[in-house]
Design a protein around this ligand. Structure first.
Ligand SMILES: Nc1ncnc2c1ncn2[C@@H]1O[C@H](COP(=O)(O)OP(=O)(O)OP(=O)(O)O)[C@@H](O)[C@H]1O
Length: 248
């Protein structure tokens, strides 16, 4: 798979710092982040609670404004970008969160379709067929007309994956996508994400504490106390990590 990785980074971060709060309450949550993500890579970002992973993910997704350093996404500098530029950028990124965020009053098909409606290039008459086709590819062809309340947690997350990938984004940002799922559904969900992303040549950044899915990554990066660090010793001691690694 590595031969698919191109040498052009889709995300390029240099000397990025980030602070929350003002005055005496100002607190640094990201320090001197340097990172490149390449086309087609699946990168897992892991580390202790509160270390800054979600903050970094939301910055990469144009969901919050960068304060200092440089953050280039799909060739565009995000530092100093205006609202319109950020909105445009967000349309090129697929997001998958722990809580699937499906709209309760729309069926699975309608939830997935909605993602296409945000883009100009899709024709109205093609949208249903595209939505059904991607639902089939996540194993939910027979659930297209179900509302979220009648789907299991794993099925809802698969709808969310279909919704994120239907418009062929260059980047998928996933924050704890398996946290609310049992082990089997979590594994199924990330494998589906991996397969679709490989088919589309999409880059995935996945934030997780879930040691059972670390082996789907091409690369694992670690964050501690707002900094990217080399693999910490504590991780090597994790029994789950060792067991997932031995599959390969
Ligand atoms: N909106 C905010 N205002 C102030 N502080 C915040 C805000 N969001 C996050 N923080 C703080 O920034 C730090 C990093 O939080 P972040 O959510 O990025 O960590 P995380 O590694 O994703 O944690 P977790 O694994 O628990 O989700 C934490 O100390 C958190 O309390």
């Amino acid at each position: 798979m590595n031969n698919q990785l191109s040498t052009n980074p889709v995300i390029s971060i240099h000397n990025l710092d980030h602070y929350f709060g003002q005055g005496d309450l100002r607190k640094q949550v990201l320090s001197d982040i340097n990172l490149k993500l390449y086309s087609g890579e699946i990168v897992i970002l892991t580390g202790p609670s509160g270390s800054g992973k979600t903050t970094l993910l939301t910055l990469m997704g144009g969901l919050r404004s960068a304060q200092s350093g440089s953050l280039q996404i799909l060739g565009q500098e995000i530092l100093g970008a205006n609202k319109q530029q950020l909105t445009q950028l967000r349309q090129q990124i697929g997001y998958i969160f722990q809580a699937h965020n499906l709209l309760a009053f729309l069926t699975a098909k309608e939830n997935v379709r909605m993602s296409l409606e945000l883009h100009d290039e899709y024709l109205e008459q093609d949208m249903d067929a595209k939505a059904i086709s991607i639902l089939e590819s996540v194993g939910l062809g027979n659930r297209a007309d179900y509302y979220p309340e009648s789907l299991s947690g794993g099925q809802k997350q698969r709808v969310a994956i279909a919704r994120a990938l239907i418009s062929h984004p260059k980047i998928i940002l996933a924050d704890e996508p398996t946290a609310a799922l049992d082990s089997k559904s979590g594994r199924d969900a990330v494998e589906i994400m991996q397969r679709l992303a490989q088919e589309q040549g999409c880059t995935i950044l996945l934030v997780t504490h879930d040691n059972r899915i670390l082996d789907i990554a091409n690369r694992i990066i670690y964050m501690e106390d707002g900094r990217l660090v080399p693999k910490p010793d504590s991780v090597a001691a994790e029994p789950n990590l060792n067991s997932t690694r031995t599959h390969h």
